[in-house]
Design a protein around this ligand. Structure first.
Ligand code: MN
Length: 214
């Protein structure tokens, strides 16, 4: 007799270079975190970073296609550095991720002051590369191309809040534990994706990912 009404689902995992897979506990994401976006907003205050979440099973491991999601006609790419949290809330390593966004639903939610869950936390909304075990990421280039055309290109040094600062800020709001992933925000150049598009992203020294929208 099983112990549950239906079988427990396997925990989503992300490959780790040179180590066993990383079991995902939850996914935190940071809103606007690049200077170009701050400039667009016309402000120069360092407001605390704001966070939203995706479910752990939104992860798309390396090598898998991404189905075009339901209920949108404006799916957007956002290339992001991802922090992987290890035991005791320490930094376990880093990866490259794409925060897929239903931009039309996000705009509607913003207009009504509603939460972003449907815009951000949908199925298959968090493609990710393998995790590389690093202590720090320097001022590395971060970029994304669609069908070979560069759409986003910036450097990690453009982030308003550094990776360490984001971990510290998130730690004020949540008890960070092993398995947490933090998507750290995207630079300018976000844009739409269509079925058939090949998306390739990278952060120098961290890794790269590619997937196709199907
Ligand atoms: Mn994002």
């Amino acid at each position: 007799m099983p112990d549950h009404a239906f079988p427990l689902r396997p925990t989503p995992t992300v490959p780790v270079e040179g180590d066993k897979p990383f079991p995902v506990r939850r996914i935190l994401c940071v809103g606007r975190n690049y200077a170009a976006h701050r400039a667009e907003m016309g402000g120069d205050d360092r407001d605390p970073p704001f966070f939203f979440c995706k479910p752990a099973d939104a992860i798309v491991p390396p090598g898998q296609d991404v189905p075009y999601p339901s209920a949108t006609s404006d799916l957007h790419h956002e290339i992001e550095l991802v922090i992987a949290i290890g035991p005791g809330g320490s930094v376990f390593g880093y990866a490259v991720g794409v925060d897929l966004t239903r931009r039309d639903l996000q705009a509607a939610a913003k207009a009504k002051g509603q939460p972003w869950d449907a815009a951000k936390g949908f199925d298959h909304s968090a493609p990710i590369s393998a995790i590389r075990k690093l202590d720090q990421v320097g001022d590395a280039k971060i970029s994304l191309s669609v069908n070979g055309a560069v759409k986003q290109s910036a450097t990690i040094g453009d982030m308003i809040w550094s990776a360490d600062e984001i971990v510290a800020e998130a730690g004020k709001l949540w008890d960070l534990q092993a398995g947490d992933l933090i998507y750290t925000g995207t630079p300018e150049g976000v844009g739409p994706l269509a079925r058939g598009d090949l998306v390739e992203g990278s952060v120098e020294g961290v890794g790269s990912l590619s997937f196709r929208i199907v």
